[in-house]
Ligand binder design. Structure first.
Ligand code: NAD
Ligand code: WQD
Length: 338
């Protein structure tokens, strides 16, 4: 049985990936410092898969703990989700983001190198494209960032590329996620923001469930079909499956492999609200407000490279993403505390 270490494995994307890794026959070891997730996720994973993942409440910045772990297990790969992701907070407390996301990854890589585990799958983001000159976005588009969160992702991309260039035994996947939404079909695993959500989908579902009063749509004067921002929303289950493929095929890959993980389709904020209302029968109270500083008009992927090289494609439609997000939110109005 192949062993894989999943950092940030009790988080939103990590937990969905852990389920699919277990279902694909991997032995999964999770480390997560629980700064943005809850241990009860492990119960939910166990009830879905019948297997309780091995869990350590470690921080990726703790080299000694990592060293012990790498001594104890023979990991073939590391899937590295652990990181902080609140864009607004990153502009207020940038050092926290550089310490956690950048220094944390350096420490993780040092422990991996010492142990001879040299396959890493890293959670990057479409944020590294900044405000793209055109859409759809290809992997070779120029990179730039507008906030410390984005800069931390780009720095880690550069660090991992430099590491790989220095030692060809490393295989690096830099997976640039577009906008992950949705939840596991069971309605027992999903996104559980700690505070008022920053992202669109949890905001919409929390308005629909009555936790929040009204959605503010940030601007209707963008040069898009209806004036609202357009994004490439991707089902978290599709996203998870790309990681399983990367872990399964890591030994066939060499070098640094950079892939867009998106569907290749863009939907506006109003498309999301209307489709959500149609598929769930819930109405969403909203108003149009000012643009949010730093937002771009449109962003969607050209996902053809990952289809060609990794054999991965997103399959789930927007209606399924929204149905699944709603099942999770309506079953768990207060997230994992419900
Ligand atoms: P999440 O916050 O739900 O999961 C991240 C997990 O990492 C959390 O469980 C948190 O407790 C853990 N963590 C944070 N710092 C840690 C540390 N120092 N040591 C150990 N554990 C730590 O976020 P998510 O949405 O699942 O995102 C996973 C990854 O994907 C992140 O790196 C994020 O930046 C990236 N990403 C997310 C999105 C998105 O929209 N959700 C988009 C692009 C990229
Ligand atoms: C989507 C659309 C908003 C909330 C962010 C990060 C990015 C990545 C994914 C991690 C936009 C509009 C939103 C609301 C709204 N994260 N919106 N009202 O901005 O594309 O990307 O999350 O890597 O780095 O920047 O996602 O979900 O915040 O916004 O009108 O209350 O919804 O303006 O058009 P975004 P989002």
């Amino acid at each position: 049985m192949k062993s894989v270490l999943v950092t940030g494995g009790t988080g939103y994307i990590g937990s969905h990936t852990v389920i699919q890794l277990i279902e694909a026959g991997f032995e999964v070891v999770i480390i997560d410092n629980l700064s943005n997730s809850k241990e009860v996720v492990l119960d939910r994973v166990e009830s879905i898969t019948g297997v309780r993942p091995i869990f350590y409440p470690y921080d990726i910045r703790n080299f000694d703990a990592l060293r012990e772990l790498f001594d104890q297990y023979d990991f073939e790969s590391v899937i590295h989700f652990a990181g902080l992701k609140a864009v607004g907070e990153s502009t207020e407390i940038p050092l926290k983001y550089y310490d956690n996301n950048v220094s944390g990854t350096v420490t993780l890589c040092e422990a991996m190198a010492e142990a001879g585990c040299k396959n890493i799958v890293f959670s990057s983001s479409a944020t590294v494209y900044g405000d793209p000159a055109s859409v759809p976005i290809l992997e070779n588009f120029p990179t730039s960032t507008t906030n410390p969160y984005g800069s931390s992702k780009l720095m880690v991309e550069n660090i991992l590329q430099d590491l790989q260039a220095s030692d060809p035994e490393w295989t690096v996947f830099l997976l640039r996620y577009f906008n992950p939404i949705g939840a596991h079909k069971s309605g027992t695993i999903g996104e559980d923001p700690r505070d008022i959500p920053n992202n669109l989908l949890p905001y919409v579902t929390q308005v629909a469930v009555g936790k929040l009063e009204q959605l503010a749509i940030f601007g209707d004067d963008y040069p898009t079909k209806d004036g609202t921002g357009v994004r490439d929303y991707i089902h978290v289950e599709d996203l998870a499956s790309a990681h399983v493929k990367a872990a399964q095929q890591a030994s066939n890959f060499k070098g640094t492999n950079i892939y867009n993980l998106g569907t290749g389709r863009g939907y506006s904020v109003l498309d999301i609200v209307k489709t959500f209302e149609e598929v769930t029968g819930q109405s969403v109270n909203y108003k149009i407000s000012e643009r949010r500083p730093g937002d771009i008009a449109e962003c969607w992927a050209d996902p053809s490279l990952v289809a060609k090289e990794l054999g991965w494609k997103a399959h789930r439609e927007l209606s399924e993403m929204l149905e699944d997000a709603w099942r999770w939110q309506s079953n768990n109005p207060n997230g994992y505390d419900s």
